[in-house]
Design a protein around this ligand. Sequence first.
Ligand SMILES: C[S@@+](CC[C@H](N)C(=O)[O-])C[C@H]1O[C@@H](n2cnc3c(N)ncnc32)[C@H](O)[C@@H]1O
Length: 231
Amino acid sequence: MTQFVPLPAAPVNASPVPHLTSIHSRRGRGPYGNSRYRGNCGGYLIRDLIRYFNARSVLDLMSGSGTCEDVCRELQIPCQTMDLKNGQDAADPRSYQGIQPVDFIWAHPPYWRMIRYNNHENCLSSLPTLDAFLDRMQTILRLSKTVLNPHGKIAVLLGGFSDRGRYQPLPQLLVERAIREGLWPATTEIVRFQHGNTSSRRHYESSFIPGLHDTCMIYQIHKTHHIEGQS
Ligand SMILES: C[S@@+](CC[C@H](N)C(=O)[O-])C[C@H]1O[C@@H](n2cnc3c(N)ncnc32)[C@H](O)[C@@H]1O
């Protein structure tokens, strides 16, 4: 028999967004972006993070249907955007020319080739290998650091997926690349429940453990960055 268990109680603390915990579960997506844009996520997590970190300026690296921009419009803070579909490759240093330094960077990349966005060779969803995807994401983290204010945060929303019989834990693999770039998790990972996933309504003959969430990692510049064993 299925038992529905409420989420664990969160300790009371001085957070300006008390409902923001390591589990993000909201029904609905809010009046942000376009739900028909493939792989789109709702705006509530973005809004909670911007408010929690009191960010006064935002850059969305892969804007898609503009969810983050819509959130920023509501919060009345400036949002700069880029997306390959508009000719801006987040892995190309030229895309950062003219970008003003920001407090908060939102990155919602393709989950590698889970959904194919286009055939552009620089599209993160067209890269031929896992390493190529991680290398490109590492470059994006390196470049985004150049437009991040000293106390700024970079939030990356990614999910794992089963790819040709092999599970690809993308959020976990990217942590190691971020650390190599002198970034360090600013807080707990946030597990975002994916209510209303298209695949949740399908029937499969095979047996597997369904993934019902993606993971948001929030990074900040690691001030005393050094690699263990190196002086
Ligand atoms: C998961 S979608 C983002 C959806 C978005 N959060 C929204 O509000 O609709 C991923 C986006 O990454 C873009 N993209 C893929 N490769 C890119 C790259 N190298 N640089 C910038 N954007 C890229 C795709 O065009 C797509 O719009």
